[in-house]
Write a protein of this length. Structure first.
Length: 687
């Protein structure tokens, strides 16, 4: 056993029914062999019933006349059973579709003829999508912004109303014949089959809910995707309905729920938000954190995805855990007082993600939806700004404080590119009574698409470690409140909680929380939260701190901690000393200058470090965003056009980047008409 304390008893809580449904299934044991057996049976039944929808004629096998004849036969069929019989008696060996690429269709403003985006803008051989391209009919130069969409209208039987949707057409089919894969342009057979499927009625239940009001959930209303079922092609929706129907027929709750998790995991790649990227010559999944529908959508065969996900779930080892699972707001006050030894929370990051809106697809199938009234988020549609977000987060942190035992810890994982949201989280923690002890950067290596592409997005998360003061300090403080002894009692207790030594790559890091200005800030916050007058000014506090506690490299320690620090300090080469305390605009600019003197950096590189340093920002100073400070005070190069001379001068002094420049110049494509250095190398996109 890894712990002498015994088994851990966890409470898993989330506002989303989809999230807690996942938590339940991953913490409750299941007979994996039985799951494998039932999953294969369901897949076999669904394939026998619906496999005909994903058949195609191998283009290398037959002539166009045979294809046209088959297309006519499909058109004459009146039911799915007739088509199945037709395929069963067909002399041809039909191939199995892996995925189909669909393309948006636009209208040329010059000749008013339809332009298929895939055919006009995508160079598949070069793996490139052109921003500007000629009209295939009249030759006029076009962009997506210059063109209007083409539309299709029809009657939606599921919601019994006429609908108007942006037109998409199939443009590429990837299929398997035996063990080999091939690609083809859809022919008359494929188009006839798709058209016939559109005419037939799905014999299973599927969700038809209207997409809810929201910043993200209504983004596709302008292209006619207004209800949940509109986000699936007809045949994919048919198969999903068939699988879900068979899953629901299990009466044993545990097994039915695990089959539903399998279904939900497969469903994430089977809607219209799945993208095909010509640059990579493959489908790459949906764009995370958004309901974006690409101009080149990839429709994957559900039978293939479900088979892969079933194999993944067979490998799961799910022993029953000692957990309680709760679907509610964290501030619901349903947990016992002082019942928790440790809390980890990954709260909503302001307005980064519209959680309840993004979960709507899963929850529509489960038929249980998030109550977004207490959702801690910045969302204009919900009428929640920064103030409402901070209030909701503070209430949740107060509940964490109530249930946490004295002297115990809470870890908060946080991610946002706005200083104001970061300050709201810190303010909420302090208002609840927590004392922040440490802030670290967590680099998860693989970022989301937004993190990788947006200039002001943050790639790394911050990990905030905070604690609830122990009962001894609170009791003593009641007697010492408002006195100098109360101040130094808090400082001694706080220093005891802080990490003593942190090293990285052979260098000791400065522990910001041990610097005098942050110790003063934490002390003041501790007094203010308890309605007690602060007995010392900043100058008096700094003087008293220096008299009472040993100082090392700008940090303060307890005597026994100083000895430990000295011992470990000898094992590293140097200390990454911070010469400036970031407390206002002026000191922030000085700190940024110090960072950028070393080397130009991207916003994503410098932002997490900046957030760590603004914990001591003076309350009377106007808070400023990092993007404002950089824009107003520093030279910015966004990777377009010639590199400014100042950055070129720095590059010439860098041995590592000098090699990159030389290789760029050697390619003969790195200078403009004036002989200035130009590059698309991402390593040179700097501030």
């Amino acid at each position: 056993p890894f712990s002498k304390l015994g088994a851990r008893y966890a409470v898993l809580n989330d506002l989303s029914p989809a999230a807690t449904f996942i938590a339940y299934n991953y913490n409750t044991s299941v007979d994996v062999k039985a799951f494998e057996r039932e999953a294969k049976r369901i897949l076999k039944e669904v394939e026998d019933e619906c496999g005909w929808m994903y058949k195609t004629v191998a283009s290398q096998q037959v002539s166009s006349s045979v294809v046209n004849e088959l297309a006519d036969e499909i058109t004459s069929c009146r039911s799915a059973d007739e088509i199945r019989m037709k395929f069963a008696t067909c002399n041809l060996q039909l191939a199995t579709i892996n995925y189909t690429v669909w393309s948006d269709v636009f209208v040329c403003p010059e000749c008013t003829r339809e332009v298929v985006f895939w055919e006009a803008a995508v160079d598949k051989e070069a793996g490139k999508v052109h921003d500007e391209f000629p009209c295939p009919h009249c030759g006029a130069m076009l962009t997506k912004r210059r063109m209007e969409r083409a539309w299709v209208t029809g009657y939606d039987v599921a919601i019994q109303q006429s609908i108007r949707q942006a037109k998409q057409v199939p443009v590429l089919i990837n299929y398997s014949l035996g063990k080999k894969r091939f690609e083809k342009t859809p022919d008359a057979f494929d188009l006839a089959l798709i058209e016939k499927i559109e005419q037939l009625e799905i014999p299973y239940w599927f969700p038809t809910d209207r997409m809810p009001d929201g910043e993200e959930s209504r983004r596709n209303d302008p292209i006619g995707l207004t209800h949940v079922h509109h986000f699936y092609t007809k045949r994919n929706l048919w198969v999903l309905g068939a699988v879900f129907d068979k899953v629901q027929k299990f009466k044993e709750g545990r097994f039915e729920n695990f089959l539903k998790i399998w279904f939900m995991s497969a469903m994430t790649r089977l809607h219209r938000m799945n993208r095909y990227m010509a640059q990579h010559n493959r489908h790459v999944g949906p764009l995370s954190g958004t309901l974006y529908v690409s101009a080149t959508m990839a429709e994957i065969s559900p039978l293939y995805v479900a088979f892969v996900k079933a194999k993944d779930h067979q490998r799961l080892n799910l022993p029953s855990q000692k957990v309680e699972i709760s679907t509610q707001s964290l501030d619901s006050k349903n947990l016992n007082l002082l019942s928790m030894d440790y809390i980890f929370t990954d709260p909503p990051f302001g307005g980064n993600l519209m959680y309840s809106e993004l979960n709507f697809f899963w929850e529509a199938w489960l038929r249980v939806f998030t109550n977004n009234k207490p959702e801690a988020i910045e969302n204009k549609v919900q009428g929640k700004g920064l103030q409402e977000y901070q209030h909701l987060m503070t209430e949740c942190f107060k509940e964490c404080y109530r249930v946490l035992k004295p002297g115990r810890w809470m870890t908060v994982e946080f991610h946002n590119s706005k200083n104001s949201v970061w300050n709201a989280i810190q303010g909420g923690l302090q208002s609840a009574g927590f004392v922040i002890a440490d802030v670290r950067i967590l680099d998860k290596q693989k970022g989301t698409t937004k993190q990788l592409t947006l200039a002001n997005a943050t790639k790394q998360d911050l990990i905030i470690s905070c604690y609830k003061p122990n009962g001894g300090l609170e009791e003593r403080f009641k007697l010492e409140a408002g006195t100098e002894e109360g101040v130094w009692d808090f400082v001694r207790t706080h220093l005891k909680q802080l990490p003593v030594f942190v090293s990285k790559n052979g260098q000791a890091e400065v522990i910001a929380e041990r610097q005098n200005y942050l110790l003063f800030d934490r002390m003041v916050a501790f007094h203010v939260q308890r309605g007690v007058t602060v007995p010392l000014s900043a100058a008096e506090f700094y003087a008293g701190l220096a008299q009472r506690f040993p100082e090392r490299d700008g940090m303060y320690f307890l005597p026994e901690q100083a000895a430990e620090y000295d011992k470990k300090r000898m094992t590293v080469r140097e200390v990454l000393q911070l010469k400036f305390f970031v407390t206002d605009e002026s000191s922030a600019i000085q700190w940024l200058k110090q960072q950028l003197l070393k080397k130009p950096q991207t916003f994503q590189e410098i932002h997490p470090q900046f957030l760590k340093e603004i914990g001591g920002w003076q309350k009377h100073e106007k808070p400023l965003e990092l993007s404002e400070l950089l824009e107003q005070n520093f030279l910015r190069y966004d990777g377009k056009g010639s590199i400014p001379q100042q950055i070129v001068s720095w590059l010439k002094q860098s041995e590592q980047l000098r090699d990159i420049i030389q290789s760029e110049l050697a390619s003969g494509q790195s200078t403009d008409d004036n002989g200035q250095l130009v590059t698309s190398n991402p390593q040179l996109i700097t501030r």
